[in-house]
Design a protein around this ligand. Structure first.
Ligand SMILES: [Zn+2]
Length: 375
């Protein structure tokens, strides 16, 4: 295969993108040195001890919720996006643990119809109170618009910048809802590979601190936007709820999860596919990043999985070769890309012209241009 010399022989990372260089043996920095760090990725070392401690805590949280079950209407909040993991978590919390959660969906305005279809299908099968919080749609839109327009880094990917900022707003909104109902426990179905920022629990000091990004004080944002974020004052007369990510410590197997939710008819066959349920903004962000950095941000995550299990390298390499040209042309979830760009008021040409300017000023310019067209 042509151009394979630019791809790490051990994983799938590409020389010259995201601060990666191949050595004379064709091995990337991450494969050579497990402690290698860049702005976008570092290996979060999860030790057996961390897992055991997390699991012990999770079991004690379950006990605690059981002991308070009669006092409260809801036992906990489950963040519910309509994706496979949150669907499975919701089902498990109700059926395996016997709890009565409040399912909370944050509608950013950029959620694919399939995710909503999944939510509808699931709610026909399980009995649970569900609310959709859609009061921050305009803030989400402005947030995305700001990041797409002002992204300025030779390292940090737009996808990561966007997901982190969006996550902070989502977490803030859910915490606020929890406090409204006087609830102490919030659960999210983050999968075991989503550990870049948090492992098992979002630290209390992060929940208590002000989640607002610095740019929210710019003139394009208003007090309405800022009020969606919790601030330290909100917790003066309230306990800080705990946000837990149980899939980081309890058994998790992707195939079992898909099998579970499809066999219980919670979602239609095929609708558990992450590519179908992830938000439309991601599709546009990947289009931006590929044309900006010459590689897919997700390849960093895939590469980590390959290092853990080399037998899956071939599968991911094929996926990468298949997805790259589609994403480069904006044809991967094309309607999602168009939807996003239209809502944030940027054309495809405008994005390409922004990224071309940035590529031209990047010290890694030549390799990036080569990598954009590698597949
Ligand atoms: Zn490698």
């Amino acid at each position: 295969m042509i151009n394979e010399q630019y791809i790490c022989k051990n994983c799938i990372l590409i020389d010259g993108s995201f601060g990666i260089e191949l050595n004379s043996e064709g091995i990337c920095n991450y494969c050579e040195d497990p402690t290698y760090k860049t702005t976008n990725w570092w290996k979060t070392q999860i030790t057996e001890e961390m897992k055991e401690n997390g699991l012990r805590d999770w079991n004690s949280v379950i006990e605690l919720m059981r002991s308070h079950q009669k006092e409260k209407k809801y036992d906990c909040i489950v963040g519910y996006s309509g994706g496979k993991d949150s669907t499975a978590l919701l089902y498990t919390v109700i059926h395996d643990y016997g709890f009565n959660p409040l399912a909370v969906t944050i509608d950013s305005g950029f959620i694919p119809d399939i995710a909503f279809e999944n939510i509808k299908d699931t709610l026909k099968k399980i009995s649970v109170d569900h609310i959709v919080i859609d009061g921050a749609k305009e803030t989400f839109r402005k947030l995305y618009q700001w990041v797409f327009t002002n992204q300025d880094s030779n390292d940090l990917t737009l996808t990561r910048n966007l997901c982190d900022n969006c996550g902070d707003l989502v977490h803030s909104l859910v915490v606020r809802e929890a406090m409204k109902h006087d609830m102490d426990i919030i659960l999210f179905g983050y999968s075991p590979d989503e550990i870049r920022r948090y492992f098992y629990e979002i630290p209390q000091h992060e929940i208590e601190h002000d989640w607002k990004p610095s740019f929210i004080n710019r003139e394009s944002f208003t007090e309405e936007d800022r009020k969606h974020y919790t601030t330290p004052e909100d917790f003066e007369n309230h306990t800080v709820p705990r946000i837990l990510l149980p899939y980081h410590v309890i058994d998790y197997n992707e195939e079992d999860i898909i099998q579970l939710i499809e066999s219980k008819n919670l979602v239609k066959k095929g609708n558990s596919n992450t590519l179908k349920t992830s938000c439309h903004v991601i599709a546009a962000a990947l289009f931006y990043d590929l044309n900006r950095f010459g590689a897919l941000p997700y390849s960093l995550q895939f590469a980590e999985l390959i290092r853990q299990d080399p037998s899956i390298r071939k599968k991911w390499l094929i996926t990468l070769k298949h997805l790259t040209p589609m994403i480069r042309e904006g044809k991967f979830n094309e309607s999602g890309v168009n939807f996003t760009l239209e809502k944030i008021g940027l054309s495809r040409e405008a994005i390409l012209s922004i990224v071309q300017n940035k590529v031209n000023q990047d010290p890694n310019r030549d390799k990036i241009i080569r990598n954009i067209n590698l597949f």
